[in-house]
Design a protein. Structure first.
Length: 82
């Protein structure tokens, strides 16, 4: 399972227009992106906790690995099945 780091989510919100977009009718458009970021952090933390309980490998994605490194990690993980 892959999960983005809090830093990577914050980076995305600052760089990708769709990640910071706020729906029409939101009562506090300045607070909405912060609330979504906080919610995403809670969901990610819960997913990591459940994965750890089940012995599922968690890969934290934060931009420290390039695509080739992530591919190598996935290949190594699934090597017995490939």
């Amino acid at each position: 399972m892959s999960v983005p780091t809090a830093e990577f989510r914050a980076y995305q919100i600052g760089r990708l227009p769709r990640t910071g977009a706020v729906a029409d009718g939101v009562s506090d458009s300045a607070r909405a992106p912060r609330n979504r970021l906080a919610r995403d952090e809670l969901v990610a933390a819960d997913a990591v906790a459940r994965a750890d309980e089940l012995g599922i490998r968690v890969v934290r994605v934060g931009g420290s690995r390039d695509a080739a490194a992530v591919t190598a990690l996935v290949e190594e993980h699934f090597a017995d099945l490939l």
